[in-house]
Design a protein around this ligand. Structure first.
Ligand code: WT7
Length: 666
């Protein structure tokens, strides 16, 4: 990946786009943006009114629209929006659209792993299904505030199950169906849910993943820790794995078809308080186990609605495709909730972009007349590698807008996306945000201003970014430093499930009075923001966040491993690859068999996507006299940047640096 240039060229938005979009110029944006900060109550009240978002009880207009404490020295960190309001996300995403006459419009287009498999659900059909799932969950004892774990592939039933939970006020926790049994059990043990919704299996390309087997293992691990899941609902994904090929535990397991499809298609919504928990989603941090990021009802809903409306220029009739899996936050906000709140059609794709060939995405775009396409830089770079013919043999004339998310997009990939995929007719929205932020924070508004390839440009409404120096001082003008956010925005996370103290330490202790993002950032002389990547021990592999500590503790489990240290390094397709330094126990042989075993261990413990790309059998690790591993040095060695090792004098044994360089596979 090439390094960002300092200034960056400006690419004008396609002519004619802005006049038909919600915000047609920078000046108009500026007026709206300033108001969103100066008069948040007026701004967000208008958003709710114009969008016709339904509050069963309006929030208290006599109070501030939000209140907060960002100072850990002044008591608990606390954020709250829309005081006194009552609403329901599932109602606004489904019933409200039906009441507004969109019952027969397609809500979900499902495209299967095989190009011959697709199906659609109208808003009415989706609502019926959601009610059936909700009724089943209630009959299984799920109540408001209870947690429900979901471990499913990209079938329409996955977003439907999420909507069923939010309908009855249950807190969903979707676990990406690429996670291992271990990771799934860790998450269940953390939220102590007794209900799991899953699927027999899934085909990804030609590869069959027997999800139910993984679930059996995970639930067994939970039992071993004294927690039992009482109800496991299993959807039969017939084209991947039939019932007869699945295990079934009487008394615990129930088939979806029997349990759900016999339920009534009406289910009253539970009116939730603005700040009632909505869902949790586990994400990796720099230390310890993944944390359950907790989002709440009204703020998240309004954030999801507003960002899709303005950033994706969503209009009823649009066929919007976000390639993310619902197991990640993008699949929550930009595949499920945001699009449905805007009454558009959202596409759910079960397969992979390279099956049956590298033209699959563009063949889907033509088949379903996709208007907005939102994906990750890693996918763009990977498809770029297959050559332009796979793109140009498809029409792509329906495309109006392209989006990017998950990691910095290198200018080369940006240009290819813009010129080859979009024929220069589509603005590109490079959207910076995080699981924690709930929705997009820094982004172009399509058509409203010139884009700079590699820059996420300007803050969205209500977002007040600052660039801090080492000491936590705000910097003015063109500068580089740490990205923090100054005051709350509606869709911000409110806590870490079951560990509010960890929430406070992770995000508010670094810089008192700010939410700290963990990202580095540069602001250029034109005020454009350039995200430079994580500044903590979190790595971003193919847009998936992985904590180095998690990979290290998986490697440490191997009998031959004495100590492991993991860093990210530049990878041409994945953005970052995983580089593991491993020191061995006396007598252990540093050979390929051991290498494979170590990789397998990580796959088993976390999931295939976290498998190290390189294992370096190291003679020792660079440590300070107090025993702290100096990752800065390891990062340089992994990246072959030997001339930039800077000061190594604080190491207990400075000679280790040369030994590490010499022991590297050339
Ligand atoms: C981290 C958050 C947000 C959904 C997907 C990932 C990086 C995300 C961008 C972007 C540069 C980006 C940041 C951030 N990131 N989008 N457009 N440009 N970096 O969510 O797993 O919570 O990861 O992804 O480093 O902190 P996540």
């Amino acid at each position: 990946m090439s390094k960002q240039a300092t200034g960056g060229e400006v690419v004008a938005p396609p002519e004619g786009f802005a006049p038909n979009s919600g915000v047609d110029s920078y000046d108009k944006y500026k007026v709206m943006y300033d108001r969103s900060l100066a008069d948040p109550k007026g701004f967000w009240s208008d958003v709710i009114k114009e969008g016709g978002l339904h509050f069963e009880e309006d929030f208290d207009q006599s109070k501030d629209v939000f209140s907060y404490n960002y100072h850990h020295t002044k008591g608990a960190i606390d954020i709250s929006w829309f005081p006194g309001g009552k609403t329901n996300l599932s109602y606004n995403a489904l019933d409200r659209n039906i009441e507004q006459g969109r019952g027969d419009q397609t809500a979900i287009i499902w495209e299967g792993n095989e190009p011959t498999d697709s199906a659609t659900l109208t808003y009415q059909e989706l609502k019926d299904l959601v009610c059936q799932i909700a009724n089943y969950l209630k009959s299984a004892g799920v109540k408001r505030g209870d947690r429900v774990n979901i471990y499913m592939p990209m079938l329409p039933e996955l977003p439907a199950t999420m909507l069923a939970c939010t309908r009855i006020g249950a807190i969903h926790s979707v676990v990406f169906a690429g996670f291992s049994a271990n990771s799934l059990s860790d998450r269940i043990l953390d939220n102590k849910s007794t209900v799991l919704v899953t699927t027999s299996g899934v085909l990804r390309g030609k590869k069959l993943i027997p999800l139910k087997n993984i679930v059996d293992d995970a639930l067994g691990l939970c039992e071993g820790q004294g927690h039992s899941v009482e109800t496991c609902v299993v959807l039969e994904n017939k084209h991947a794995l039939t019932r007869d090929n699945c295990t079934f535990k009487e008394g615990r397991d129930v088939w979806w078809e029997d349990a759900v499809l016999s339920q009534p298609k009406e289910c009253a919504v539970e009116w939730m308080n603005s700040e009632d928990p909505l869902f949790m989603l586990y994400t990796s941090g720099s230390t310890g186990k993944p944390k359950g990021v907790l989002h709440t009802t009204a703020g998240y809903m309004i954030g999801a609605y507003t960002t899709v409306k303005y950033i994706f220029d969503a209009k009823p009739g649009d066929i919007y495709w976000c390639t993310a899996d619902c197991g990640w936050v993008t699949g929550h906000t930009y595949l499920t909730y945001g699009p449905l709140l805007n009454g558009v059609t959202t596409l759910v794709f079960e397969g992979v972009p390279t099956y049956p060939n590298a033209g699959r995405c563009w063949s889907i775009v033509d088949k379903h007349k996709v208007t907005q396409f939102y994906t990750a830089p890693t996918a763009i770079r990977s498809l770029m590698g297959f050559g332009n013919d796979w793109v140009t043999k498809h029409q792509r004339t329906s495309l109006r807008l392209l989006g990017s998310v998950g990691e910095p997009i290198n200018p080369e990939a940006w240009k290819w996306y813009h010129e080859v995929v979009g024929n220069k007719n589509c603005p590109i929205v490079d959207t910076w945000w995080q699981t924690e932020t709930g929705g997009i924070m820094i982004t172009p508004l399509p058509g409203a201003w010139g884009m700079k390839p590699g820059s996420a440009t300007f803050p969205f409404f209500g977002v007040k970014p600052v660039v801090l120096d080492e000491k936590g001082q705000e910097q003015e003008g063109a500068c580089e430093g740490y990205l923090a956010i100054k005051q709350p925005w509606p869709s911000q996370m409110r806590s870490i499930y079951g560990d509010h103290a960890r929430f406070e330490t992770t995000y508010f202790k670094h810089y008192d009075g700010y939410y700290f993002t963990g990202d580095g950032c540069r602001r250029d002389a034109d005020g454009y923001y350039w995200i430079t990547g994580r500044v903590d021990d979190v790595i971003n592999v193919s847009g998936h966040r992985i904590g180095t500590a998690e990979v290290e503790s998986a490697l440490d489990m191997h009998d031959s491993c004495c100590e492991a240290a993991v860093v990210g390094y530049e990878h041409p397709v994945k953005g970052q690859g995983i580089y593991a330094f491993v020191t061995l126990m006396a007598g252990a042989e540093p050979n390929d068999t051991l290498r494979k075993e170590l990789v397998m261990l990580v796959r088993r413990e976390i999931g295939a996507f976290a498998a190290p790309d390189a294992i370096h059998f190291a003679p020792g690790l660079p440590k300070t006299r107090s025993g702290k591993i100096m990752r800065r040095i390891l990062r340089k060695i992994a990246s072959n940047e030997y001339d930039q090792l800077s000061d190594t004098s604080t190491l207990a044994d400075p000679s280790i640096v040369q030994k590490l360089i010499d022991s590297k596979d050339k």
